[in-house]
Design a protein around this ligand. Structure first.
Ligand code: PMT
Length: 398
């Protein structure tokens, strides 16, 4: 039987947590509820205890003999932790790592997947501080269920309403069903841009944020793989439990990838590698001497192509960032680079490609068959790609 910890924090949507708990229990899931003090102003622990059939914990200090181990016990026993609703202040506390209530303390101590469903007034939701905290949680590998638009308890309309109960339950079930289907596999993922220096303070690069590659690294780790993440310069916090090799130039990325290639089962190249580098790099900062500066660029090695030439029975997945003839160009790259799969990324579309939290892609297999993935989070796309990888390793496609 799967065990889910449901954390409830203090917002008006707390009453909907009752429906969530009931929905999980009727699907045979063992549910334990933790509430913040503020949540008890909106719904009683007795209601949640009756629905879950288990004692509800609110006060970390109510049982002085137990308090220091209780959150760790919950954290260890959980198959998943869900927080619904998650208020702005809870999100801020968790993003800052403040463990002064049972919900935060349990999450900080758990290795289980954590799903968070925010709900609040739309102005609060859009506030840069709240958005920055949500970004932090996303970077830490927590799964967010975006709130919906609609009538809010405060009488306003807008984004901030707790996601529908059915959507929350479906998300929880999806994560519970996810198997450790990459256990025992070694996976290398490249992420972010490379940089090619013109002089000590200027470089040629591209706007890759690393989000796609980092999402893949976190997803592969969650599915049991040993992950090596070769990362160009990004502002992201690497997912925990992943071996990170920071690189700057294409030559450095090539060296890191070739060093680890022999021990890998799967390589996924999400990095946006700079194709051309300045023929020479000035040792000192270039002076503004004339109105024009002509740079001579020379080709960088194609890392993925080099891997394709020595692929053996390893699984090789490439990305194709395209602004036109998406599928045709991606198919060409499968052949030219000897790949098993390519993720064709139409980077000209809104919500897709460089820097966004979401993506749109077509996954194309070597035999030419395709799977279109409509707009979804980069985490979700990462799992779709890994489903295909699992299918290639002989497992079931999810
Ligand atoms: O990092 P984000 O902001 O999240 O953005 C994600 C992304 C848009 C960078 C990502 O989804 C993506 O599309 N990555 C591939 C970008 C790219 O370089 O595409 P390409 O079509 O130029 O290259 C094809 C493949 O060859 C890629 O797997 C690339 O890593 C690889 N390549 C390219 C050139 C080169 N010299 N060496 C390579 O290995």
């Amino acid at each position: 039987m799967k065990r889910v910890i449901v954390g409830i924090t203090g917002g008006i949507a707390a009453y909907k947590a009752a429906e969530v708990v009931r929905g999980l229990c009727t699907r045979g899931i063992e549910v334990h509820v933790l509430m913040t003090e503020a949540a008890t102003r909106f719904i009683t622990p007795l209601t949640m205890q009756t629905l879950s059939g288990n004692p509800v914990v609110v006060d970390m200090f109510a049982e002085p003999r137990l308090w220091n181990v209780q959150h760790v016990a919950y954290a260890r026993r959980a198959d998943l932790v869900l927080v619904a609703p998650a208020t702005a202040s809870f999100i801020g506390r968790l993003a800052a790592g403040i463990a002064d209530d049972m919900v935060c303390a349990t999450i900080l101590a758990t290795k289980a997947p954590v799903v968070i469903a925010p709900a609040m007034n739309s102005q609060m939701y859009r506030h840069p501080a709240v958005q920055a905290n949500l970004d932090r949680l996303r970077d830490m590998g927590y799964h967010l269920i975006a709130p919906e638009e609609g009538e809010l308890a405060c009488g306003e309309r807008g984004e901030g309403r707790l996601a529908e109960v059915a959507r929350i339950i479906a998300e929880v079930l999806k994560h519970l069903e996810r198997k450790a289907d990459l256990a025992g596999k070694n996976i290398m993922i490249t992420a972010g841009p490379t940089r090619e220096y013109i002089d000590p303070v200027r470089f040629v690069s591209n706007p890759s944020s690393g989000k796609m590659g980092y999402a893949l690294a976190g997803a592969a780790r969650d599915r049991g793989a040993r992950v090596v993440l070769v990362s160009g310069p990004t502002a992201l916090r690497p997912p925990s439990g992943v071996q990170v090799i920071p690189v700057t130039t294409t030559a450095e990325m090539l060296a890191a990838v070739l060093e680890h290639f022999p021990e890998m089962d799967v390589v996924i190249k999400a990095a946006a590698v700079v194709d051309y580098r300045p023929q020479t790099t000035a040792e000192q900062k270039l002076k503004k001497g004339s109105d024009k500066l002509v740079l001579t660029l020379e080709r960088n090695p194609d890392i993925l192509k080099l891997l394709g030439e020595r692929k053996g029975d390893k699984i090789l997945v490439g990305f194709a960032a395209e602004t036109q003839s998406l599928v045709e160009n991606a198919r060409e790259k499968i052949k030219a680079k000897n790949l098993d799969l390519i993720v064709a990324n139409d980077v000209g579309q809104r919500g897709a490609g460089f820097g966004t939290d979401t993506n749109i892609a077509t996954i194309i297999r070597r035999d030419g068959t395709m799977r279109e993935i409509p707009l979804c989070s980069k985490q979700e796309l990462a799992h779709h790609i890994l489903d295909e990888v699992v299918a290639l390793t002989g497992g079931e496609r999810g």
